[in-house]
Each structure stands twice: as C-alpha cells, then as structure tokens.
Design a protein around this ligand. Structure first.
Ligand code: MG
Length: 303
C-alpha cells in the first residue's frame, strides 16, 4: 500500500496559519520517520497566490541537506514558471523527485478554480510535463472533483476516464483522483474506479515506472473511511492523506471550526490495517507526527 503524505503542501495550503520554514522542515523530518512512501513537501505556485507556501525554495534548500536515502519528495507545479523555480533548486542534485500538476473533471470547477477549461489546462501541461521529464522528474496529475462537483453534482465516470486518458497520453506517471469536497460515497468510488480500471487497466499497478492510480479523499462528511474500504476492495493500492487531518475543507466553515478536509493519515492507516492490509507505517512514529502536525496549526484532534 502506497501512502503519500500531503500535510506539508495540501494541508498547510488550506490552513489559515502561516508556519515558519524551520517548523515545516521539522514536520517533514518527523513524517519521514513514519514510513510513508512519499511526501508532497511544497508548491511552486506564485508566492503571492499561496502565502502559506511562499518559502518553497528555502524549505527545499533545507530539506536537501539531510534527505533520507530512498525518500520520495514531490511538489505542486502549476506552470512553466513554477517548474523553472523547481529545476533551479534541483540543480545541485534531485531533491524533488516528482511534480504534481492539477486539472479537474468538472468544467465549472476548472473555470472557477484554475480559470481555464479542462482542455486549456491540459494543453498548458504539455510543455511542463515535457520539461519535467527531461529534468528526470516523475509526474503526478490530480483530477479535482473526480466524483462530485460543488456546482455540477455527481460527475460522470466517463468524463473522469476521458481526462485521465488524456493525461496518461501526455506521459504522466500517476493519476490522482480527488474527492475535493468530501462528498463522495462508496457508490461514487465504485462507479468511477471501476470505469478507470476498465478503460485504463495498466494504471492499477503501483510499481514505480508504471502508471499508478491514487485516491485523494476528504473526510468532510465523515465518509472517507468507508470510501477507503471500497477502494481497497476494488484493488486501489495508493492513497493520499494528511497527518493530523491538516487542511480544512476550503468550501466549508472557517478557522478551528472548519469542516474536515484531507483524510487524516492516522484514519487512513487505521482503516487499511483493519481491512487486513499492511502499509509499513509505524504507529508510534505516526502518533508523534500527528501531534507535531496539529501543534503547528494549533488544531483540535479530528474525531
Ligand atoms: Mg486535499
């Protein structure tokens, strides 16, 4: 079972607090010790756009100093400018191993969130992906609103598959389907994943170098664990999660009262373990990481 820890990027990006770079470095260090497979450490979006992650260069510079052998780091990259910044910090050796780009399966959400149609966003990826591959980087592509859209309702599985096929044709290594508003039910998971596996068979293998299908769940309505169980039963073997549940739902509530966003790593690990699978995460180390993550944003434990 692969786990990508997203607290330092997706988590902190969606928390109101601005965390010191040194504290982020410590969070990544404690997350590395848990045994997760990959950490999405930051984002190379325009610093003014996401002030929480404006220190991407400094953080990656700090992480480069004592990155553990075999650890995989990824970073979000919205465009060529972002990738150029990443390649610059990678120029003394590959600190970041993978980039993540993002589009959506809902036309309305794409327009409102990235100010482009799905088509336009994929067209923009092409040079970014080409340049990333030339730089020896792997590529993850997020598909937001892959199950339910806040504006359009349930998303047709065929639409998700169509977007995923176009991304795979561009050479991405990983398709990451996201329940962006945490509204997916196990039934939504079943219909979309079944269609993806049916059409894109090879992407169920999760070996490095083979296309991988990852599930990015939010626990906004408390159904993430049930969705994990459904996905596991269908053969999904790669999940994203955020230690301490960092990253509230950007579409509901505010501050400490915000609705949950990213599924907490502790809930994901518990669900995987209870279903009889192993994910190689050390529960004591994870407890430490969970506490560290919550302390950073002074957050109450998630239920
Ligand atoms: Mg998320």
């Amino acid at each position: 079972m692969r786990i990508t820890e997203v607290a330092p990027r997706d988590g902190l990006q969606n928390e109101p607090a601005i965390v010191a770079t040194e504290s982020k470095r410590q969070l990544v260090r404690v997350l590395e010790k848990t045994g997760v497979d990959e950490i999405e450490v930051t984002s190379f979006v325009r610093p003014g756009r996401v002030p929480q992650l404006a220190d991407a260069e400094q953080l990656v510079g700090m992480l480069a100093a004592d990155k553990p052998e075999g650890m995989l780091y990824s970073a979000l990259v919205p465009n060529e400018q972002g990738l150029e910044r990443l390649l610059e910090v990678n120029s003394d050796g590959p600190v970041i191993n993978k980039i993540a780009v993002f589009t959506a399966a809902s036309e309305t959400f794409a327009q409102k969130n990235i100010n482009a149609s799905i088509d336009e966003s994929i067209t923009r990826f092409r040079p970014v992906i080409d340049m990333a591959r030339q730089g020896g980087l792997m590529v993850r592509a997020y598909i937001s609103c892959a199950f339910v859209c806040p504006f359009e309702g349930p998303v047709a599985p065929a639409t998700v598959t169509h977007v995923a096929a176009r991304l795979l044709a561009l050479g991405v290594d990983e398709i990451d389907v996201a329940d962006t508003i945490g509204a997916a039910t196990p039934e939504h998971i079943e219909s979309v994943i079944a269609e993806l596996f049916h059409r894109l068979g090879p992407c169920r293998d999760n070996e490095i170098g083979d296309p991988c299908l990852t599930l990015h769940l939010h626990d906004t309505h408390g159904s993430a664990a049930a969705c994990v169980r459904k996905a596991l039963s269908m053969g999904v073997r790669s999940f994203d999660s955020s230690a301490g549940g960092l990253g509230g739902c950007p579409f509901a509530g505010s501050g400490k009262t915000r609705a949950p966003g990213n599924i907490a790593t502790e809930l994901l690990v518990r669900t995987i373990t209870e279903a009889g699978y192993r994910c190689g995460v050390d529960s004591r180390r994870l407890e430490e990481a969970t506490k560290a993550a919550r302390d950073l944003v002074a957050r109450e434990p998630t239920p």
